[in-house]
Design a binder for this molecule. Structure first.
Ligand SMILES: Cc1cc2nc3c(=O)[nH]c(=O)nc-3n(C[C@H](O)[C@H](O)[C@H](O)COP(=O)(O)O)c2cc1C
Length: 150
């Protein structure tokens, strides 16, 4: 799962000729910890390793995130909360899901980033089974075109 998700983010970064910043948990969660996080604290945040969060160094932020319980995982939420110098910057959103929850997940990202004064450009979603079957190239290409023309 994780490898296929990275594949499609890599492909997107390659097409956009952009740097890929990975959002990584500070501590690898056990399956039990994940269940606890999702069940007890929807909308919660969890610690991540230090990474690029200063939007002064980013022209157009593309958030690529899985869907967890119809919304963003605590790690993505923490990353978004750490972003600085957001005002006036553009962003786009790519979500990967098992089956359902893309729209509410994209909406969660938009609520946070538009609240920080950023401008939404484009969104897209992929389904895990399609990504596993390597059937995601067209979606990524169409998404890239929207980002580049945004
Ligand atoms: C805790 C948890 C909650 C999830 N909730 C949803 C969900 O609400 N809807 C959905 O379609 N998939 C859900 N999934 C499946 C993931 O979105 C899917 O496996 C995705 O491909 C994971 O990407 P990743 O391998 O990069 O983490 C969930 C997975 C986990 C681990």
């Amino acid at each position: 799962m994780a490898r296929s998700y990275r594949d499609r983010s890599r492909e997107l970064a390659h097409i956009l000729d952009s740097a890929l910043v990975r959002i990584e948990p500070l501590n690898d969660p056990t399956p039990e910890m994940i269940v606890k996080m999702v069940r007890e604290s929807p909308g919660s945040r969890a610690k991540i390793k230090p990474c690029l969060t200063d939007m002064d160094e980013i022209d157009h932020l593309v958030i690529a995130t899985p869907v967890w319980s119809h919304t963003i995982p605590p790690y993505t939420r923490e990353y978004l909360s750490q972003l600085r110098n957001c005002s006036g910057k553009k962003f786009s959103v790519l979500v990967e899901m098992g089956r359902i929850g893309a729209e509410s997940t994209i909406a969660a990202v938009r609520e946070i980033l538009e609240g920080n004064g950023m401008t939404f450009v484009a969104s897209a979603s992929t389904i895990e089974d399609d990504v596993e079957a390597k059937q995601f190239h067209e979606t990524i290409e169409q998404f890239s075109t929207k980002i580049l023309s945004g």
